[in-house]
Every structure is written in structure tokens, then in C-alpha cells.
Design a protein around this ligand. Sequence first.
Ligand code: UDP
Length: 242
Amino acid sequence: MSPDSKIYEGKAKILYTTDDSEILLTHFKDDATAFNAQKRGTIAGKGEINCAISSHLFQLLEAKGIATHFIDCPTPNQMRVRRVQIFPLEVVVRNIAAGSLCQQTGLALGTAIAPALVEFYYKNDALGDPLLTRDRLLFMQLATPYQLEELQAAARQINEILKVFFNECGITLVDFKLEFGLDRDRKLILADEISPDTCRLWDRSETDPDKRVMDKDRFRRDLGSVETAYQQVLQRVLAQNV
Ligand code: UDP
């Protein structure tokens, strides 16, 4: 791997080109950031853990008919993925009120949401990833009306699969963020990662609002035992067959 093949370095991952122009290599880092990178740190082993969790979940979703960018993992913290053109959107699905939803609406933490909320945020660090309305998203041509429907439907379908899966792991899927792209045939492909960095996951055997947290909120809120929580998620995910 030549160093100049790096095409992008994000907060948690580095993307490299490969010999095949249709295939990229993702390197999962141990670095952690929160609050639009104002808080920075390292979570030991996170790269390998998130790579393994994401790879397991992508394979689960593929088996259920969802097209993803996942190809394989050549090393424990690297994932080969299909090259796609990423929508500059963060698609957030919420089953239970937490995080920015509570801050912005006053809804109590833990309020059940059914059917799930599907929200779109503009992927733009300089603007702080603002929440978009449907009209703004369409006006800005971030997706076509048809693609917007497709994104919403895919997000809901993925939520149904992941909710059931995590439930079987003894984990409540509170909310999560997805990113999608288009392949050369303009087909919708699930991309990025699905991990405790991008999902809120609550241990179903714990009622204490801090003890139950198994995701990046442990880092965001200085709850401690971050590595242990991520490892616990990995163990439970791997214990379930795809
Ligand atoms: N999320 C993410 N990346 C972001 C913003 C949010 O992965 O840039 C995930 C976050 O981990 C949570 C869900 O999306 O699982 C909803 O996040 P929220 O809008 O509540 O924002 P937060 O409170 O995390 O700032």
C-alpha cells in the first residue's frame, strides 16, 4: 500500500485507493471524537472492534437483501469496500428519544418512538451537520424526490432488521446513523459503518441510565469503561449467527 493512495482521512477512518478502481480500502482508527471534533481521544482496540461489528452487520443486512459496500476484511482493522458516490447526508433513525432529539424538542430521554423517526442531516462539518427539512434537502439537490423515498424506505427496512438482531443480543437499538451512496448503475448502496460509534445501544439487562450505555455516549459523557462496553457489544454480536 503506497502512502499516496490515501484519498480521505476522517475522524474515525482512513480511505485508500487500491489496484482496482472500483474497490477502496477503509482503515478503522482507534481515534474518537465527539461534539464536532471538539472532544478528542483514543479508545484502545476500537478500530478492530468497529471493523468486526460493521462487517458482521453488513453481512447480516446483505443476507436480508440490503445492498452494502462491504466486500471483506483483509486485516482486523481494514475493510475492502465497493467504491460508491456518497450522498452528503447522515440518515438518522430513532426508535427511542435521546441525544440531540431530546435537546432540541424537550422530549424526555427514553420516550418510545413508533413508527421510527427517519431524519436527514447535512454532512458538513463547517456548518455542524445541520438537520435538514425535506424542502431544503430537495432545494439543495442533495437527492432527488425518488432517491429521498428510496433512502427513507431503506433506512426503515435496515432498522427493522437491526432492531430484531440487537434485541436477540440483549441490546436495545435506540438510534443510529447511516450513510448511503450510489454505484455506477445509480443503485442505492449502504456505506460507511454501523458500530457503537454510530449507534446508541442500551444493555437490556440494566435499568440504570448510565450503566446501560454500550456506545460512544460513554466517551462523550465520560462514563468510563468505554473499551469494555465496545468489546461487550462485539462479543454479543459475534455470538449471533448471521
Ligand atoms: N451520529 C453519528 N454521527 C454524527 C451524528 C450522529 O454517528 O455525526 C449518530 C449518534 O451516534 C446517534 C445518532 O446518530 O446514534 C443520533 O445522534 P444525535 O442526532 O442524537 O446526535 P448526538 O446527540 O450524538 O450529537
